[in-house]
Write a new protein. Structure first.
Length: 140
C-alpha cells in the first residue's frame, strides 16, 4: 500500500473511528437498565449483539488492511473484497439495531439510540467509500 499512504491512512483512521463508535454504543447499551417496555428490552439486547458483531467486522477489516498484499499480488483483490464485505456487514449490523426499535414507543431512549446509530453509520459509510477508492485505484 505504498502507492498512496495518505489514502491508506485515511482508511485506517476512519475504520478506527467506526470501531470506537461501535464499541462505545455496546458499552452504552449494556449500561441501560432493562426495566423498560419488553419490546425495548428485546431491541436493546439485539442492538448489543448487532454492534458487538459490527465491532468484530471492523476489527477484521483493520487487520486485513494492515496485512494487504501488494496490488500486483493475485490475493490483493480477494483481501480488499473481504474488507468491503466486512464493512458492508458492519453497516447492516447498525441498521439491524435501528430496525429493532421501530416497534418501540417514541421517547428519549429510542431517539438517543437512533442518533448514535446514525452517527456510527455515517462514519462507517465513509470508511466503505475510502476502501472502495483504494480498491479502484489499486486494481491491476
Amino acid at each position: 500500500m505504498d502507492e498512496d499512504p495518505d489514502l491508506f491512512s485515511a482508511c485506517q483512521g476512519t475504520l478506527d473511528v467506526g470501531l470506537t463508535s461501535a464499541q462505545s454504543i455496546v458499552n452504552y447499551l449494556s449500561s441501560i437498565p432493562r426495566e423498560a417496555d419488553p419490546r425495548a428490552v428485546v431491541a436493546l439486547n439485539d442492538c448489543v449483539e448487532a454492534f458487538g458483531t459490527a465491532a468484530g467486522r471492523i476489527r477484521s477489516s483493520l487487520k486485513q488492511m494492515l496485512l494487504l498484499s501488494s496490488p500486483s499480488s493475485p490475493s490483493f483483490r480477494l483481501e480488499i473484497n473481504n474488507v468491503l464485505t466486512w464493512i458492508t456487514g458492519a453497516i447492516d449490523d447498525g441498521d439491524t439495531c435501528t430496525e429493532g426499535f421501530k416497534e418501540v414507543v417514541e421517547g428519549p431512549l429510542k431517539t438517543d439510540i437512533s442518533n448514535r446509530a446514525e452517527d456510527y453509520k455515517k462514519v462507517t459509510e465513509n470508511a466503505l467509500a475510502l476502501v472502495r477508492t483504494v480498491a479502484e485505484k489499486q486494481a491491476p
